[in-house]
Design a protein around this ligand. Structure first.
Ligand SMILES: Cc1cc2nc3c(=O)[nH]c(=O)nc-3n(C[C@H](O)[C@H](O)[C@H](O)COP(=O)(O)O)c2cc1C
Length: 153
């Protein structure tokens, strides 16, 4: 079975909820799914066929604490990511203005800089509009799997 790694960056657990809620959708589509709450660079350079990031923003456009070591290692190691195909769900709150989904957007730019290919558009979930991020993430994942032809089973 192909393998999907879901890398989570979270302060308060919302992004973990999203990862757990969408996991069965990928299992139904034929993937073995791992949710990684302390991600490392090896999780995106190894044998995963597909990667999904679920990353919230804290501070003033900053990465959540559990995700900081991953980003630091990515910048230090600067691996080629040309074989990485990924999707990105960013959680944020538009009341923070310019830093809305800042972590998700910065991650997207960093991955692109390293040659990775994002499949489809980034989902940005605005806590001002969507109380439960899952409500936005589940339909988005359904459409993502269908639109990017990711179903393998
Ligand atoms: C102290 C604090 C700072 C935040 N800073 C930002 C920010 O700069 N930009 C943004 O879009 N959202 C910001 N948020 C909103 C969170 O990203 C949003 O509530 C998200 O859903 C939290 O997800 P989590 O439960 O996975 O941590 C902030 C929230 C808190 C509590």
């Amino acid at each position: 079975m192909p393998k999907l790694n879901i890398l989570v960056g979270t302060m308060y657990g919302g992004a973990i909820d999203v990862a757990e809620q969408v996991k069965p959708q990928f299992e139904d589509a034929g993937y073995t799914v791992a949710i990684l709450e302390q991600p490392s660079v090896a999780d995106i350079t190894g044998d995963a066929d597909l990667v999904l990031f679920c990353v919230s923003t804290t501070g003033s456009g900053d990465f959540p604490g559990n995700f900081v070591p991953f980003v630091r290692s990515l910048r230090e190691q600067s691996p080629s990511l040309t074989s990485l195909r990924y999707g990105l769900i960013a959680l944020g709150d538009s009341s923070y203005g310019d830093t809305f989904c800042g972590a998700g957007r910065a991650l997207d730019a960093l991955l692109e800089d390293h040659g990775a290919t994002r499949l489809g558009e980034r989902l940005e979930v605005d806590a001002m509009e969507t109380f439960m991020a899952d409500d936005a993430a589940i339909p988005w994942v359904e459409e993502w799997i269908a639109g990017q032809q990711l179903k393998v089973a």
